[in-house]
Design a protein around this ligand. Structure first.
Ligand SMILES: *Cc1c(COP(=O)(O)O)cnc(C)c1O
Length: 221
């Protein structure tokens, strides 16, 4: 399936009017597809798999900002630490500590979003309220990570009111925790919204949407 350039231009205009950032989710798609959007000006791309991301990063221009949006295993942080722009799915203290450790080794500060479990589904990853509080407290001691915001995934459902309520809940947590600021904590990014629910996410306060299939076509796993 070809890259949908018309949709891309349309989306860029739509997002500009609401000041929302676009992460083009390119998982499973070839580097040629990424290059097509790159040539149209897109610089933020999201990937879910460490090996695939490392392979693509090596082949593509260095001014791409890579977002890791998948479930990250602690033992794989080292492969992306040298170049990753933003890690969206930080869902445990263990992972946060490991990112800090690898950031020290790479001599850089790594920006992270804490993933909160907002869906009423068992399968989705993320922290509950208590774990979120802990991670935020702990962040003060981590000098090489910067917690820039929160990320969430709504339930996979046609019930858009449910989706809206899940986003709204995350936005309240985001607003609560935005009050406190330290050198390693400054919540500015709310990463919610995918191809099917990004319009609702924007209405509920998203600052960054992660969109794949709308731009690159359906994925065949
Ligand atoms: C795959 C994926 C997306 C993009 O999904 P689409 O429905 O193709 O837009 C967004 N966020 C995460 C975490 C993903 O895994």
């Amino acid at each position: 399936m070809p890259v949908n350039k018309g949709k891309f231009e349309e989306l860029v205009a739509e997002l500009r009017s609401t000041n929302t950032m676009l992460v083009a989710v390119s998982k499973t798609k070839p580097v040629a597809d990424i290059k097509e959007l790159y040539d149209l000006g897109q610089r933020d791309f999201g990937e879910n798999y460490v090996q695939e991301l490392a392979d693509k990063e090596a082949q593509l221009p260095k001014d791409i900002r890579w977002h890791f949006i998948g479930h990250l295993q602690s033992n794989k942080v080292k492969y992306i630490a040298p170049f990753i722009s933003l890690i969206h799915g930080v869902d445990s203290l263990k992972l946060l500590n490991e990112i800090n450790k690898q950031a020290v080794k790479s001599n850089r500060i790594i920006d992270c979003l804490l993933q909160v479990h907002i869906a009423q589904e068992e399968t989705k990853f993320g922290m509950d309220d208590k774990e979120l509080d802990e991670a935020i407290d702990r962040s003060a001691q981590l000098t090489k990570v910067r917690i820039c915001g929160l990320m969430g995934m709504a339930s996979f459902t046609d019930d858009m009111e449910k989706v809206r309520n899940e986003f709204r809940y995350l936005k309240t947590l985001f607003d609560q925790h935005s009050q406190s600021q330290t050198s390693s904590l400054k919540l500015q990014t709310l990463s919610i919204g995918m191809s099917n629910d990004y319009k609702i996410a924007i209405e509920e306060g998203s600052t960054m949407v992660r969109i794949g299939s709308l731009l690159f076509g359906e994925r065949n796993y």
